[in-house]
Design a binder for this molecule. Structure first.
Ligand SMILES: NC(=O)c1ccc[n+]([C@@H]2O[C@H](COP(=O)([O-])OP(=O)(O)OC[C@H]3O[C@@H](n4cnc5c(N)ncnc54)[C@H](O)[C@@H]3O)[C@@H](O)[C@H]2O)c1
Length: 322
């Protein structure tokens, strides 16, 4: 039976990957220190004989070595997310997202794992204004977080060239879906707006609301991880892919969708108006991915548009936040 190590497995994306691969019959090891992840995200798996939880920090190389023992594939998700968090504390983001990443690469190299698939980020496009974003046209980073994610790509590339490792980077574009954290200063916009609307509060948009994003439902991200991990196309490895839908939605339109789908549960939500504040430092105006490379080399087709994803996510939040 193939064994997968998912770092950051107590977080939003990592716990969804865990659930999916356990359901498919794989053995899953999770390495997480719960800095932003939650016990309730791993609790459903604890009794599964194919699941092992290792509580530890990727900044500890010996811990990384322990976690990769007898592992076939690594899905590396552990990192400190959020652009504003990295602006507030660049040293911490650098430590976890770069030094921790390097520890994982070294441990994976020494354990001769088959493939190292890692969470990269659309923030790597930085100040490039060209749309849609294609993998080989990037700009200069706009935040410490963006630097860390770009450095990950550089290290993975060098480890492939120098040590013959197989690495694939997935540049996630604004992922959303079940189990994404709706609490705290650094909550992502979709769970934050859903929670505010459910509480009959006005969601606060930074700026006029015409900034747009390629909001990507978690099931599309899971599919990209699966394709990247198992592809037998030699041209498809040691590279990076946009992990997105290939469609963009403005924040104003996002509010329209959220109100529409949430008011099916509570009709009062239809009357709530958003309020606007100043633009946030480090935010790029528009983000839209080309998914052509993933289609061509990995055979990827997004299963969920933003609307289909929002409907599923809202049902989950309604059941779990109410
Ligand atoms: N959510 C998005 O829209 C998005 C977009 C682009 C990239 N990403 C990347 O995807 C990955 C997963 O993001 P997420 O949204 O699930 O975030 P998350 O915060 O929910 O999950 C990250 C997990 O990593 C763990 N972790 C952090 N530092 C650690 C350390 N030092 N040692 C061990 N575990 C540690 C956390 O406890 C958490 O469980 C991250 O690498 C993030 O940068 C996410």
């Amino acid at each position: 039976m193939q064994k997968i190590l998912i770092t950051g497995g107590a977080g939003f994306i990592g716990s969804n990957l865990t659930e999916y691969f356990l359901n498919k019959g794989y053995q899953v090891v999770c390495l997480d220190n719960f800095v932003t992840g939650y016990r309730h995200n791993v609790e459903p798996f604890l009794q599964n004989p194919n699941y092992q939880l290792i509580e530890g920090d990727i900044c500890d190389l010996e811990m990384c070595r322990k976690a990769v023992e007898n592992i076939d594939y690594v899905l590396h998700q552990a990192a400190l997310g959020s652009v504003p968090r990295s602006i507030k504390d660049p040293i911490k983001s650098n430590e976890i997202n770069i030094s921790g990443f390097l520890n994982m690469l070294v441990a994976a190299r020494d354990a001769n794992i088959k493939r190292f698939v890692y969470a990269a980020s659309s923030s790597t496009y930085g100040d490039s204004v060209s749309l849609p974003k294609v993998e080989n046209v990037i700009g200069r980073p706009l935040s410490p977080y963006a630097i860390t994610k770009y450095v990950n790509e550089l290290y993975a590339d060098v480890f492939a060239k120098t040590y013959g490792m197989e690495c694939v980077g997935l540049r996630y574009f604004n992922v959303f879906g079940r189990r994404q954290d709706s609490n705290g200063t650094y909550a992502a916009v979709i769970p934050l707006f859903i929670k505010q609307l459910m509480n009959h509060e006005s969601p606060k948009i930074n700026g006029t609301g015409d900034y747009s994003r390629d909001f990507t439902y978690i099931d599309n991200v899971i599919r990209m991880n699966e394709l990247a991990m198992f592809t037998d196309n030699p041209d498809a490895v040691n590279t990076v892919y946009n992990t997105a839908v290939g469609d963009c939605t403005t924040l104003n339109d996002l509010i329209v969708y959220l109100k529409k789908y949430l008011s099916e549960f509570d009709e009062k939500i239809a009357d709530i108006e958003a309020v606007h504040g100043p633009n946030r430092i480090g935010d790029i105006p528009h983000s839209l991915a080309s998914v052509e490379k993933a289609e061509k080399l990995l055979g990827y087709q997004p299963s969920h548009t933003i609307e289909k994803g929002l409907k599923e996510a809202i049902s989950w939040y309604w059941e779990n936040l109410k």
